[in-house]
Design a protein around this ligand. Structure first.
Ligand SMILES: NC(=O)c1ccc[n+]([C@@H]2O[C@H](COP(=O)([O-])OP(=O)(O)OC[C@H]3O[C@@H](n4cnc5c(N)ncnc54)[C@H](OP(=O)(O)O)[C@@H]3O)[C@@H](O)[C@H]2O)c1
Length: 343
């Protein structure tokens, strides 16, 4: 796996939360980082993080719903940093509220940013990667694809669409024997500014439903999903268990979801109201901390990621052993001469 100083990652939504945290992780590992978002302030802060870690960054302002802007942003970053090895579709936004309380324009915009924005990003990434015949596209999905989350119907639909789109594209690329890979990750709820950026029609600010993880765990999951070459990866044990349960006991999961009212997804904490900055239609103008205000009790490690890393290591050892054995069959396992054929 490419891990040298010349490797380039481009991250949409790289100016905040998970995207900004992932930018820092890749910078730490010697990657050059291209950052795309709408707001100049957040981009400048993320660029500062990357440069403080001793790596190179390039920023470009673009709205992911606008393909022309996105193509121009990618070209500018590639001109500054070199060809892109990994493209991460991370830009996203949400609206909270009962389906009929959410205005149609908001619903459409969530779909546009969260689903079509990633589709646009994928198109741009492929246009960069195809001529070189190499690269990885990583889509940041969500555990909501395993069962839609009440009060987040637009977001649940958009992420489910993104998941199916990724699977269809993986199959197409396989069909044409393309070396370009598509990877999808399913993060759990993460303590990022997402909940300050989301519009809430629930009468109170939104908050992540328990259990919550710190964004560093999600960034680590993105790294591991890329390195392992897995097609899909759940980033926490709860996401993995949720996935398994929604397949094995869909009725039970539907029953649990039907009991999940707004009290699990809203907060009365005045701190959350003070940091509200809805960004569905406008770029963010404020620079938030990478972590949001919901850190109390948030998890900083994931057993699932530890298990995934053990699996990846075992798979790598197994495939090196097979390659070694295939190369030197006569030295290690002398073959016996074939018996003479008889009529
Ligand atoms: N936080 C969670 O609990 C959680 C869980 C699972 C998955 N996710 C997913 O993780 C991704 C990142 O979320 P986050 O938690 O890091 O949220 P965040 O802190 O609000 O970051 C969202 C990023 O997307 C950018 N963005 C939003 N709309 C955009 C647009 N139209 N064009 C270009 N950039 C846009 C924002 O910058 P500008 O506003 O400046 O454009 C920002 O950089 C999203 O896809 C989200 O759905 C989050």
């Amino acid at each position: 796996m490419s891990n040298n100083a010349a490797s380039v990652v481009i991250i949409t939504g790289g100016s905040s939360g998970i995207g900004r945290c992932t930018a820092g992780l890749f910078a730490q590992r010697g990657w050059r980082v291209g950052l795309i978002a709408r707001g100049a302030e957040g981009l400048a802060a993320a660029r500062g993080d990357v440069e403080a870690l001793g790596s190179r960054a390039a920023c470009a302002q673009a709205d992911v719903t606008d393909s022309t802007e996105l193509h121009a942003a990618a070209n500018a970053i590639v001109a500054a940093l070199g060809p892109v090895n990994l493209w991460i579709n991370c830009a996203g936004n949400g609206v909270y509220g009962r389906f009929l309380d959410v205005p149609e324009a908001d619903f459409k915009r969530v779909t546009d940013v969260t689903y079509h924005g990633s589709v646009n990003g994928t198109r741009v990434a492929l246009s960069q990667m195809r001529p070189r015949g190499t690269g990885t596209i990583l889509n940041v999905c969500s555990a909501v694809v395993f069962h839609g989350l009440p009060l987040m119907s637009s977001y649940s639909g958009a992420k489910a669409a993104l998941c199916n789109f990724s699977q269809a594209l993986q199959a197409e690329l396989k069909l044409e024997h393309s070396p370009i890979r598509v990877t999808t990750v399913f993060p759990p709820a993460a303590n990022t500014p997402f909940f300050s950026h989301a519009i809430s029609y629930m009468g109170r600010p939104a908050r992540p439903a328990w259990p919550v993880y710190q964004p560093e765990v999600v960034a680590q999951g993105i790294w591991q999903a890329f390195v392992s070459g897995r097609r899909e990866m759940s980033i926490s044990g709860t996401s993995a268990a949720f996935r398994a349960a929604s397949r094995m006991a869909p009725g039970l999961i539907a029953w649990c979801m039907g009991r999940m009212g707004s009290e699990r997804q809203t907060t009365k904490d005045p701190k959350a109201s003070q940091v509200l900055e809805p960004t569905l239609f406008e770029p963010s103008r404020r620079v938030f901390d990478i972590r949001g205000p919901f850190g109390q009790g948030a998890r900083t490690t994931s057993t699932q990621l530890w298990l995934e890393s053990q699996l990846t290591m075992a798979a790598m050892l197994f495939s090196s052993a097979r390659r070694f054995r295939a190369k030197r069959p006569d030295v290690l396992w002398p073959s016996t001469p074939a018996p003479a054929e008889v009529d």
